[in-house]
Design a protein around this ligand. Sequence first.
Ligand code: R5P
Length: 318
Amino acid sequence: MMHNALQVFTGTANRSLAERMCEHLNVRLGNASVTRFPDTEIRVKIEDDVRGADAFVVQSTCPPVNENLMELVLLIDALRRASAERITAVIPYYGYARQDRKDEGRVPISAKLVANMITTAGADRVLCLDLHAAQLQGFFDLPVDHLYASPVLTRYFRRLQIPDLVVVAPDVGSSKLARGYSKRLGAGLAIVDKRRVTDRDTEVLTVIGDVKGKNILLIDDMISTAGSIAAAAKSVHKLGAKEVYLAATHPILCGNAMERLDEAPVRQVVVTDTIPIPEKNARPYLKVLSVARLLGEAVMRIHHAESISRLFDSEFED
Ligand code: R5P
């Protein structure tokens, strides 16, 4: 049990998520200014007294990834130098996660370097949500609490009571995630065998499993250019699926993702608010569920040194 005051700060990546978390926590969002010098360098200043605090910095490293990452490490550095007792980096979306191994010669392991940067800045712990690969936890030599958005997404889809539902993984890498959802929703499971052609384009090789005449829930950790999930939606539709729903935790929605989603044969796309969605990308078919309560509850439990494993199984209202 930490007796020090719980204080929450945020950069500019997703201020509204931090505000919503603070509402659930019943604490005031801390004052920190994050501005730019004329030469574009980032200037951070913690405006509150944080000496001895149990400080949490909420910052998704979403696009603009490098700016948001730099804000995060500067905020951590500022808190450390201002004598915060403990600093937890709350990273709802962890950028660079897909560069987690040397899959060809002479490339960096960017996800590991980012973990080193966050550690060197002075984080004592990390709280994150639906990391691209759970093994990324091991890139930190710090305690990492890894939450899943599934309690929020599962609750939503359970309430829709979709009959003849089959959960489909848009690639083999997402099959474990999809298996979890199919189990929790009591639905079938199918897997799309995808091949990445370029950074932006993918090709579907085959669909493993029965999708004909079924309602489909395609599930992934993120929608980036929407190449993977839109191609998978088209394939299951071509194979005679009824209605197709897409769900993903992190709506990066970059490149021509919105055009791809607009054209995809889907009824609804369900995402969370780990990454803010600009007004221009709002669509009637795009439903955003909030993970603020889930993250807020985790922050409270970390502060009180209580178990957060309960948050893995329960269903969470957004
Ligand atoms: C792949 O390993 C990920 O889980 C996502 O399927 C993929 O990175 C999403 O990217 P995009 O939307 O650009 O296809």
